[in-house]
Ligand binder design. Structure first.
Ligand code: 1CP
Length: 352
């Protein structure tokens, strides 16, 4: 394996000294880029992009050609695991993800198997290997998965949801079934992430996009407990380097202390908390990733630069900050504004 030419992202996640603040952008390869839309049209569908390692590699590299980003993220989706479990993922045009066979009962959950990542999800590990080769040590590659709870929301609801009535209904009416589902998902996510690490992912992130819809107690029991189990089962070193683990619960600012106790290396933050407060609460245990409101990118270069400076100043000069948005980048922003963002982070993040 080649040595890394730019490792400031990995260093910041481990709170080691950096020359400037590293940045990557959640959903950095995606629909706001015209070249992504062209690749997708050529491939046919979103899943055709994901399941073809060469095309997945092509779109992973696209944002790196335009911007001075400090990490690449595997082009894939969190819903590959439920798809591999046999739920039949498809994307209805303009409607987001859907499952042909959602799971709604203990009997259906009992039938679910744990996918073998080198079999049913081979296209993902092949994509990781292809991307690592193409990156040739330029920046590290991030692997990822959804959290068990977040995956369960899609599996039970059958797609995206506004109120999570079905999945939370199951949680309250049949907690045993929910725990069985989450257990199978935790096992699946652990082996999936370990397979990505074995294939070459140099850091991993767990997206708990819908953990913030839970109560204090149900978050602890039905989301965090399973993420903790995953963290304790992950390979934490590869090629003589630590493989940092980041947990991101959207809407999870009230639970940072509990999240930091899972043994992860970093927490992803949405925009509802200031970085200085988050750092005062958990900064001695974990690095922090975030947290600009993605909607700032609808604004002007002046406002973007000012906001970036404000966020960097709040964190201060220590290491342990990876700049990112507080959630995925929107489809309709001007790609030129992402250049302004990335360059501003490197400019204002410089250490003396
Ligand atoms: O081209 C298209 O129309 C598909 C849009 C799209 C893209 C670009 C989807 C469908 N997934 C992705 C890629 C993706 N998804 C990545 C790629 C790497 C990158 O960051 O560049 C990642 C990390 C994800 C993760 C993901 N998928 C999450 C977790 C993070 C988050 O944004 O909260 C979730 C919840 C999904 C489900 C999903 N897949 C796609 C959509 C539109 C959604 C969200 C649906 C919803 O809001 O419920």
């Amino acid at each position: 394996m080649s040595t890394l030419k730019n490792d400031r992202f990995l260093r910041a996640l481990l709170k080691e000294p950096v020359d400037t603040t590293p940045i990557w952008v959640m959903r950095q390869a995606g629909r706001y880029l015209p070249e992504y839309r062209a690749s997708r049209a050529k491939a046919g569908s979103f899943m055709d992009l994901c399941t073809n390692p060469d095309l997945a590699c092509e779109v992973t590299m696209q944002p790196l050609e335009r911007y001075d980003l400090d990490a690449a993220i595997l082009f894939s989706d969190i819903l590959t695991i439920p798809d591999a479990m046999g739920l039949g993922l498809y994307f209805a045009e303009g409607e987001g993800p859907r499952f042909e066979r959602p799971v709604r009962s203990m009997a259906e959950i009992k039938k679910l198997g744990v996918p073998d990542p080198e079999q049913e999800l081979r296209y993902v590990t092949d994509a990781v290997r292809t991307i690592r080769k193409e990156l040739d040590g330029r920046v590290p590659l991030i692997g990822f998965s959804g959290s068990p709870w977040t995956l369960a929301t899609y599996m039970v609801e059958g797609g995206s949801s506004k109120d999570f009535g079905k999945v939370k209904g199951m949680l309250y009416s049949d907690p045993k079934a929910m725990h069985m589902l989450l257990d199978k998902l935790a096992e699946s996510v652990t082996s999936y992430l370990n397979a990505q690490i074995a294939a070459g992912a140099q850091a991993v992130m767990i997206f708990d996009t819908w953990g913030g819809t839970l109560t204090q107690q149900t978050y602890q029991d039905f989301s965090l407990a399973y993420m903790e189990k995953i963290v304790s089962g992950l390979t934490r070193e590869a090629d003589g380097r630590k493989v940092p683990v980041t947990l991101f619960t959207k809407g999870g600012a009230q639970w940072l202390e509990k999240m930091a106790m899972t043994g992860c290396d970093a927490l992803g933050l949405d925009w509802t908390i200031n970085l200085d407060e988050a750092k005062a609460r958990v900064g001695d245990q974990v690095a922090l990733q975030g947290n600009m409101d993605p909607c700032v990118l609808y604004s002007t270069p002046e406002v973007i630069r000012e906001t970036v400076k404000g966020i960097i100043d709040r964190f201060g000069a220590d290491s342990g900050h990876v700049f990112n948005l507080g959630h995925g980048i929107h489809q309709h922003i001007d790609p030129e504004n992402v250049k302004v963002l990335v360059d501003a982070v490197h400019e204002f993040g410089q250490r003396g």
